[in-house]
Design a protein around this ligand. Sequence first.
Ligand code: KG4
Ligand code: ZN
Length: 362
Amino acid sequence: MRKRFIAERVFLSKLTQAIKELTPTRQIVILGIESSCDDTSAAVLVDDKIHANITADQAFHRNFGGVVPEAASRAHQRDILPVVEAALAEAKIDKSQLDAIAYTRGPGLLGSLLVGSSFAKSLAQALGVPAIPIHHIRAHVLAHFIDTGASKPSFPFLCLTVSGGHTLILKVDSPFEYRILGETLDDAAGEAFDKAAKLLGLPYPGGPLIDKLAQSGDPRKFAFTKPKVPGIDLSFSGLKSNIKQFIDRSLKSNPDFIEQHLNDLAASIQFTIVSMLLEQLIFATKHTGIREVALAGGVSANSELRAQLQTHAQKYGWNTYTPPIQYCTDNGAMIAIAGKFALEAGELGALADAAVAKWEIE
Ligand code: KG4
Ligand code: ZN
């Protein structure tokens, strides 16, 4: 009796497998649109793989020392159609093949968000497919689930999410459940990089430039005070004042101080910011007992942050996850993968969903 039962189960499972192989499962195709700040980006996701990810950045903000919101909105309006068309062409996907359009609803610059969200909703309406509103920071985290061949974090995991506007240590329980364990009380980590770069006379955004200059600098040449706050939170504004006072003092005795020590200054500033982030991340892993540790957001492209993460991973036995560089800074791909999770969960949003400058992650 038992033998017959087992034989039947084996037969059934073989039959199911054969049917699966004969019936080609239809692919899910999602267009992701990101326009929350100064990058207009569109990506095409086919199942979990990115077939195109095209970004038009707005380099002209450099001349103003930061993003000019009104100019950003106008540039998004100029670039959005060519960027979307280029992404579809590169992916060899016709608009009629799209199953959904995911767009950044917030948080971000309202004018910029309005361009992407209005465009996405209009196109979705014309094609008769859902327009899915996406949380920008959640999307940074979910970029880890794009199929790149690399292993993906298992839930729950900790994610140090560091961008130009946010610094969060998150406990991620599922694609839809986020808990903030710690956050910055003032400037974001990216902002700390950008403000320090400005003090060194570097153009916006200074983070990548500091990273580059630091490659040939001594990270221990100059010591800056790391502002301490209780618990798992962070504060960067005191660091900026400390760097400014140090530079002002040094320039008084040597007007060429910055030029003569640019690489060491960049390396020392970078080392201080990254060490502050890592100290709180270590605290969070000890507090939760979670050893699945990921990075996300623009600052996760930083080479010192990636290197220090590896050092600590070996010391504490963490499994670490860092997104490929192209999915660290703002991109349409992360919006598309977040859209895939939402589509599968039936969280489609509504056409009346308005863009929001502020949006809690929890
Ligand atoms: O995530 P993101 O592209 O945009 C926001 O959502 O804010 O992050 C932009 C931030 C900027 O502050 C930029 O200076 C910083 O990320 N950033 C870096 C690096 N690449 C980008 N900071 C340090 N090192 C880098 N390699
Ligand atoms: Zn971002």
